[in-house]
Design a protein around this ligand. Sequence first.
Ligand SMILES: [Zn+2]
Length: 62
Amino acid sequence: MERVCENCAGEDDELVAVHRLYVVPESWDRPGSTTKVEETELWCFSCRSLYPHEPTEAAQEP
Ligand SMILES: [Zn+2]
């Protein structure tokens, strides 16, 4: 079964389940913040190196 990255739709053998993080930069009227998406997505290596995310606990299992 072929699996593709849920972020870029690219094929990758090492997809990892992550929580996407939405990072809001600090601005003059509010502090910066980071919002974690509760749903997990499968991301390829390059997306994991490019975009903010948090590994899931499931990713630690064999
Ligand atoms: Zn990707």
